[in-house]
Design a protein around this ligand. Sequence first.
Ligand code: ADP
Length: 480
Amino acid sequence: MNILSVTSEIYPLVKTGGLADVAGALPLALEALGIRTRSLVPGYPAVMKKLENPRERYVFEDLLGERATLVEAHHKGLDLLVLDCPGLYDRPGGPYLDPTGYDFQDNWKRFAALSFAGSEIAAGILDDFKPDLVHAHDWQAALTPVYMRYGRAHAVPSVVTVHNIAFQGQFGNDIFGQLRLPPHAFAMDGVEYYGDVGYLKGGLQSATAITTVSPSYAGEILQPSFGMGLEGVIAAREEQLSGIVNGIDVETWNPETDPMIAAPYGAATLKARALNREALCRHFQLDQDDGPIFTIISRLTWQKGMDLIPEVVDDLVRHGGKLAVLGSGDSALEGALLSASTRHRGRIGMTIGYNEPLSHLLQAGADAILVPSRFEPCGLTQLYALRYGCVPVVARTGGLADTVIDANHAALQGKCATGVQFSPISADGLRQAIHRTIRLYADKKLWTQIQKQGMKADVSWIRSAARYAELYSSLISRTA
Ligand code: ADP
């Protein structure tokens, strides 16, 4: 089985969030099941400079008005097709934002071009790779099934995965004429969305199947409170919708071999975790006492419930807790957390920015991680935390609800608790959860048991990759 994955980010080449982790790990997990995936990604500078022995495979003379070269390369087990299009991707900034933090004005074109190239590959422009199915991730790739449907590759089945329905790729209708779609694609069952052009909306209408990244989130996005305007579109295609929880790359995230942490450890050698705890305290200038260390590794946004944190920190410290925060995002939230860290020197530490090695040390050294998201399609940080014996304290929503077993009385008795869940998702709900966590932490035997149960949880891709493989097979055999 040959799969073309179309994605705007892929770990370890370029990452802004969980999408990159999934796009980078799923192909490797599928390979073990005999499925070959090639990943089409934009040729951002960060990608181009990491390619070894790139091979030119195809030239688009006029890709929505741009000249582009499709380059084949291999990187850390991934088979890549990189869309080298300097006019669209060779510029300073991140994958989506310019250096001042604003969306690139031509994002509509940057990702339409990616999708168009994906549909051309599906149509067979490469003589040695004819995909049996195309898997498009998020709005940036969601026009791929649209171009396929209205173009040459309409017989090839496709899957759109929604990693976060909050990001929909909506643009003014003035761009429609430049997308080179037929006029009838600008309709309710196509890309038209309240008079504008909706990339994700078009993808949801056009893909053979829709997946999202946890069963709970699949149920939630059918509701107006989570669907963000697309609930009707999704409900109309409910039969084609499924939720498959993300796994993590258990090689990269393995506390027994992780080179980014201060000392390796495993479930049988949990005591060695203390060395990571000490390193963490040194980095964040936290007191080296026995109070529980909470961590946060997150985009600092409302979605992630980060505005609740300034409301609970004083109480957390009063109850003997400490907090180490790694994140960036909303500047008001950055400011509020920084001011908490100066108010509570030795108890709260803060590093602003994106720092992959430090995120590993935090998982290895902190006692518990706070994930108070208002909605969370799957969430990865709690999965890393489980694997690292860092007890997740999570809001009861989406993938958080599906992957953490709350330490309630029954789960403690049954020895299956792996963390703490809370609801309602409010400052008070979070405060209560922190109190409960601190109480659990005080009972060392119980705490170690919860840590070990979390470390035993299967967070690998094995089960989820098998579910994707099943889905792919059923779609391919249905359209054969
Ligand atoms: P989302 O994709 O919505 O941001 P996820 O929990 O699915 O949330 O994935 C976030 C990913 O980004 C995780 O791999 C997490 O460790 C990482 N991450 C988030 N913020 C930072 C940061 N400031 N530094 C390093 N890694 C971060």
